[in-house]
Design a protein around this ligand. Sequence first.
Ligand SMILES: [Zn+2]
Length: 282
Amino acid sequence: MRAPLTVVALLSCALLAGCGVAAAPAAGPSRVPLTTASPTPSPTPSPSPSPSPSPGAAPAGRPAPVVNFGKRTGNRVALTFDADLTADMRAKLRAGSVKSYANTRVLDVLEREKVPGTFFMSGMFVEEYPEFTRRLAANPTFELANHSFSHRGFTPNCYTLGQVPAGEMTGEVARTFQLLDGYGGRQTRFFRFPGLCHDPAALAAVGAQGVTVVDGDVVSGDPFATNPKAVSDAVLGKVRAGSIVIMHCTDVNAPVTDKALPAIIAGLRAKGLEPVVLSDLF
Ligand SMILES: [Zn+2]
């Protein structure tokens, strides 16, 4: 089911861009050293364990499933952060009118507080900020997810994001997975549409990549926010067990997210809610 999202919140989200994939490396088969012995035992072929599927992996070739929240029992919630970068944003970087869209202060807060997070990376953000991406991959409390390559809309009229031609939709997802794959860390098959815009054709297209589409049930409203308290109040007023909170690590366009995070983290703890990565929410 789709959680109702306000037009304003959706619009704000649409102006930013998306996220990615993570999977724990499967343990290799244990090798038993052979000692000299007679008769030589015929080595029993150890069954090679089938690699664990990546978190979020769905059967490829079917329309991608969509989730808005996880288990409502228990006390787990997921903080998710979209790393947006569009062609327009890249042009601003090249022109020097914007210094950086990477909000490393978000990472500072999460690392200091030891709070897990799932990061939906647009491929262009990964290309622009390899150090940021390496920092995410190096931290086992963070996981990586896919937010398309160019953060264009996957439906007509997805705010001002433009539109990915139908023939490029699958490639938009695949390209970002390829980029992320080289970083290691906790990869997933979670995908978030730019602007959360999707329709049956888009779900069918990204389904070819075997992803689970993640929307969310708590919109922080951090895009273009100027008041951190408004952001933390929006989150804490709606969050409950199983919630998926949508935020951004996209600086300039979401400039106060890091300032809202300490109150959000403290508020979650006061409610007895535990932030986990998306993989641990379901
Ligand atoms: Zn986005």
